[in-house]
Design a protein around this ligand. Structure first.
Ligand code: NDP
Ligand code: NDP
Length: 323
């Protein structure tokens, strides 16, 4: 007879959720609709505030609270220009959890903690993870090179990053970058993670706010279809579209940082991911896009990941190793 298990670990306990599956905060893709759907399915949904004007975030937080009574979070990239206003919105609405990224965790953690908000910081390396822990965050997301969008400079893969961070870190650890299935989730947890953060797979969901063209392009993307580029500005993983090839040509001509900045211009991420301009826009997605073959409701994605996780776990347990 199967034993009834408590089904709790450090991440589900910390956030008060059912499954340690976290949907990444993603500019232009993760608004209240996706966040609420994932939270309602038992994971943790995150509103990506980096692409939202202050009044837009206010609206998304209000709608998310109406759409779910489960915990949800806001991702706050610290490079956001009007960050003070986002912080005020988060405090005003008593958002229970904040994921900070792209900046120093010492800056906002004390204030958010003082307001009773749980803080998680996203890092690309061991040194950053320890700085976040020292800054008093509740958990760390360690994100590897495979991840879509903005990324660390060092190209450390999730496979290598997670065990290295695990060895040094005491607080709960969430793995990100390259995870899009139950098999990936099991692998990450075997490497030492207490939970997983999944972005790309949720871009290709019904509830994602990404443009339909971009969602379809994600489904079409195969292995080798993305590349981390523009390291001199902010490193970003993009689908190899027309804009990406223009960046490559610029590199071949030894373009200066100013020329790269000019080529990038302003608002390319919005153009590609939100407005669906597949040629001129930036299409930020992770390497795991190669595994994504259908656009589905977010709850179905959560359930599929869980089912595959359990099957993969059983497969390993049943394997007869002769060593
Ligand atoms: P750009 O500088 O090229 O353009 C800014 C974009 O952000 C515009 O499309 C603009 O919308 C929108 N925007 C939303 N709120 C504001 C605001 N208060 N002030 C100015 N613009 C705003 O930046 P990117 O598109 O490359 O990045 C946008 C933001 O996303 C960054 O500031 C950063 O905070 C965040 N970011 C976070 C990531 C992460 O942490 N995961 C990854 C990548 C970016 P409009 O066109 O309607 O004016
Ligand atoms: P800054 O260079 O402005 O630094 C912000 C803080 O991070 C500073 O306190 C700095 O510490 C620390 N820091 C920067 N580089 C390192 C390093 N190599 N090792 C340890 N600490 C460091 O940072 P950014 O905001 O541009 O980026 C910080 C990190 O986050 C980078 O690795 C970057 O690649 C990554 N990043 C992640 C994004 C995401 O969405 N996940 C988006 C953008 C960046 P000190 O004062 O000691 O120098």
């Amino acid at each position: 007879m199967e034993m009834e298990q408590t089904n709790q670990n450090r991440i589900t306990q910390l956030f008060g959720i059912k499954y340690p599956i976290i949907q990444a905060g993603m500019i232009w893709c993760s608004g209240w609709e996706l966040a609420a759907a994932v939270s309602n399915a038992g994971g943790l949904g995150i509103i990506g505030s980096g692409s939202m004007y202050p009044e837009v975030l206010d609206e998304h937080v209000r709608k998310c609270k109406e759409a779910t009574d489960k915990p949800f979070a806001v991702n706050l990239p610290m490079i956001y220009p009007d960050i003070d206003q986002h912080i005020q919105t988060i405090i005003k609405h008593q958002v229970p959890i904040v994921f900070t990224s792209a900046g120093n965790p010492k800056t906002w953690t004390p204030l958010l903690k003082e307001k009773g908000i749980k803080v998680v910081h996203v890092v690309p390396g061991v040194r950053f993870a320890l700085k976040a822990e020292a800054a008093g965050v509740d958990a760390v997301v360690a994100e590897g090179f495979e991840a879509g969008g903005h990324n660390g400079l060092d190209e450390t893969t999730t496979m290598t990053l997670i065990p290295m961070v695990k060895k040094e870190l005491s607080i709960p650890l969430i793995a990100a970058g390259g995870i899009g299935s139950g098999r990936g989730m099991l692998a990450a947890m075997n490497l030492g993670a207490d939970g997983v953060q999944i972005g790309s797979r949720f871009v290709a969901s019904i509830e994602s706010s990404a443009h339909e063209n971009f969602k379809n392009e994600v489904v079409k993307t195969k292995d080798g279809g993305t590349r981390l580029t523009l390291k001199e500005l902010t490193p970003v993983r993009l689908i190899k579209n027309e804009f990406y090839h223009r960046v490559e040509e610029a590199y071949e001509k030894d373009a200066s940082i100013d020329e790269l900045k000019q080529l990038l211009g302003r608002g390319r991420a919005k153009k590609g991911m939100f407005e669906g301009d597949l040629n001129e826009g930036e299409l930020e997605i992770g390497q795991i896009a190669g595994l994504i073959d259908e656009i589905k409701p977010a709850a179905e994605i959560v359930n599929e990941i869980l089912t595959e996780f359990k099957a993969a776990k059983a497969e390993i347990q049943q394997a007869k190793f002769n060593f």
